[in-house]
Design a protein around this ligand. Structure first.
Ligand SMILES: [Zn+2]
Length: 118
């Protein structure tokens, strides 16, 4: 199999723990180049700002692979939402770790109030 069209993703293989997991850009599946396990991406799930804020709130600072894991979003979608939240001043990224800003915390509490119907 040609390795053309494959690029390494930031995912860890759930079977062998190898970090050498490549993404097939055609199918969108992730392939572990160590053990051959295929992590099928059924769909690249959309991710909401509130979801991201909630996970960061729960876990504290989170890096990109963690966020990807908890949200199940594709790299591109997750990255796009993180960037837009950063532009809105809700998130800040330092040393590869994302955390909520003060504004982000306020925004989150407001949104949470709406979710719960206060
Ligand atoms: Zn593996």
């Amino acid at each position: 199999m040609s390795r053309r069209g494959l690029r390494f993703s930031k995912t860890t293989c759930p079977i062998c723990g190898s970090k050498e997991v490549a993404r097939d850009d055609h199918k969108g599946d992730l392939l572990c180049t160590n053990c051959g396990h295929i992590i099928v991406r059924t769909e690249s799930k959309a991710v909401g700002k509130f979801d991201i804020a909630q996970h960061i709130k729960r876990n504290g600072k989170m890096n990109f692979p963690n966020l990807k894991e908890v949200t199940g979003a594709s790299d591109d979608k997750l990255y796009g939402v993180l960037r837009s939240m950063e532009e809105m001043g809700l998130l800040i990224e330092m040393g590869g770790l994302w955390s909520l800003t003060k504004k982000g915390n306020r925004w989150y509490r407001q949104r949470q109030g709406q979710e719960w119907g206060y």
